[in-house]
Design a protein around this ligand. Structure first.
Ligand SMILES: *[C@@H]1O[C@H](CO)[C@@H](O)[C@H](O)[C@H]1NC(C)=O
Ligand SMILES: [Cu+2]
Length: 319
């Protein structure tokens, strides 16, 4: 009886550990503990919108896609202040188990003086950061999610300096592609952005959740184990074009492995690069790719202008 019970418990723990979500944030030198989905909601106070399960969302039309089940503001909902142009880091449970798939970060401005009480499904979201296939092939390459794992299971996005000041939800998401249907893991936090600019997202950069993705998106249906995936070197990141990009192209132009290194400034005209994928010469490593670390036998020279930078004993990357 005891043996059975502990076996079941071990199984349950393992299952939970195979999934997860954003458990904390840090920015402005402060640590912000997230909502604890498996604790009693009573008395919990966090900047994160409450959520209730580590399970992934596997349907792009799910009502929970905005901020995860159910993502409405809690009784003791908090909001934190972030300066435009500064960085915010989200921490997933350690060690995040899914290295194949993209990382995506969105903002949505709330009407009125607070996001508290605002239903995330009614908001318009724009994408401020994304990382898809960073190098190699869809079948065997380095992905944004693998990068996140290598960075202490965390992801840092910059709040663009050009974003208008105001109350926002920030939505960090990772999508896992190791099995289909794809697994979406979004969570949201409430922030007030100060010192912002005046570049409003354009209408084609704004989407709802659900609505922003479709179950037939190539970025959600790609089969990593197909023969084609072994030679595919581009991956279309789901969702709208990136905020601040000269966005004539459709959702996440194919092969976009480029992450903006600078945030669009309010007054300057945004460079009209059509996100040309950095040409990777044989032997050179793309931005964010691994270029060193104990046991590393791959390339060690970064594509210009990136430099091989030591993250830790086991991992150096092109930054
Ligand atoms: C790694 O992430 C954990 C939270 O998951 C955090 O407590 C720890 O400080 C982080 N370590 C570093 C070096 O950032
Ligand atoms: Cu999982």
């Amino acid at each position: 009886m005891f043996v059975l019970a502990s076996a079941l418990l071990a199984f349950a723990v393992q299952r939970a550990a195979a999934h997860g979500g954003v458990l904390a944030y840090s920015f402005g030198g402060q640590w912000y503990q997230g909502w604890a989905p498996y604790n009693s909601p009573t008395g919990q106070t966090s900047i994160q919108r409450p959520w209730s399960t580590y399970n992934p969302i596997q349907d792009a039309t799910a009502s929970t896609l905005a901020c995860n089940d159910d993502g409405t503001s809690g009784a003791l909902q908090l909001t934190a202040t972030v300066a435009a142009g500064s960085k915010i880091t989200a921490y997933w449970n350690q060690v995040w188990p899914h290295p194949y798939g993209p990382m995506l970060t969105y903002l949505a401005q709330c009407p009125g003086s607070t996001c508290t009480g605002v239903n995330a499904q009614t908001l318009k979201w724009f994408k401020i950061d994304q990382a898809g296939l960073l190098s190699g092939t869809v079948a065997n390459g380095q992905w944004g999610a693998g990068q996140m794992i290598n960075q202490n299971s965390s992801w840092t996005s910059t709040i663009p300096a050009s974003v208008p000041s105001g109350n926002y939800l920030i939505r960090f998401e990772t999508i896992a592609l190791h099995s289909l249907p794809a697994q979406m893991y979004p969570e949201c936090a409430q922030i007030t952005i100060t010192g912002g600019g005046n570049l409003a997202p354009t209408s084609n950069q704004l989407v709802t959740f659900p609505g922003g993705y479709s179950n037939s998106d190539p970025g959600l249906t790609v089969d990593l184990y197909s023969t084609a995936a072994q030679s595919m070197t581009s991956y279309p990141i789901p969702g709208p074009p990136l905020y601040g990009s000269s966005s004539s192209g459709g959702g996440g132009s194919p092969g976009t492995t480029v992450k903006p290194t600078t945030t669009a400034q309010p007054t300057t005209t945004v460079k009209s690069t059509t996100a040309v994928p950095t040409t990777t010469q044989a032997g050179t490593v793309a931005q964010y790719g691994q270029c060193g670390g104990q046991g590393w036998t791959g390339g060690t020279v970064c594509v210009s202008p990136y430099k091989c930078t030591v993250s830790n004993q086991y991992y150096s990357q092109c930054l």
